[in-house]
Design a protein around this ligand. Sequence first.
Ligand code: SF4
Length: 278
Amino acid sequence: MSTPISPPLIATQHPNIPELANTTHSLTVLTLEHFKTYTKCPLQFGYKFITHRAWPSDQTRYTLGRTIHKLFEFQARGLSVDACLPGCTTEAQSMWAKLQAIPYANPTTCEILANEWAFWVPVTSAESGTVWITGRLDRVISVPPELRATVPTLAHTQVAIVDWKTGMGVPKSPASAWQTRLYLWALVEARARLGLAALPPEAFAFVYVGLRNASEPIEIVPIPYTPQAHAATALDVQNLIATVSPYLQGQSKPAALPAPTRCPDRYCAYKAICPVGH
Ligand code: SF4
């Protein structure tokens, strides 16, 4: 007889995350990367998350984005961003000044409800047990009536997730991107933690703020939410969990992952070892 695995001591490890306090299941955790990667290529998902062939990435590509995110964090905490700016590159300083001119980034226009907000949303099924969806939202803001009045797609929005795409662009199909769908679904599911339990799904929206560099214009893409979109994403989340959990929980072998007929990612790090990518 195999020895049962003890449930992790979640409540003591995460005292500030009430959703974790009562779990009695083993901890399977999925992030946005799991959703994006499996949807793009199940084999890439296997290399990354099942056989854990970690691949070093060029961290210098993220320096500018990290700097801007850090400045937003300082701002949200009420710390002096001005004191930090002289230590930033000229490019970062120019981008910060540009971003502060838009209402979504300005706390005097859009009250900050949360910044770098970590969510944990449990999804329980008979087959997979409790699987936790986790992630971090760049910022959650209150959208004032004056701003709603100027943006038709946000007419019913009271609360928005703002995602800073600094140094990169907004996703090509933002409304159907997993980031938009998963983060809106998660915020609505966990909204009580921000005191927003009374708000319906249509009171939420996602706003991408894209700025590749200081000399380009800022791209703002607001995406409203609906109860229908929430139900559709909930179903897709459940389906993906049911598909990947057997692999993550060791009941299915990576060799059983369905291979795509054509490689969908010409920059994939696993090309040299993948039979499809050759
Ligand atoms: S090389 Fe292509 S087919 Fe193979 S894992 Fe990567 S993305 Fe998938």
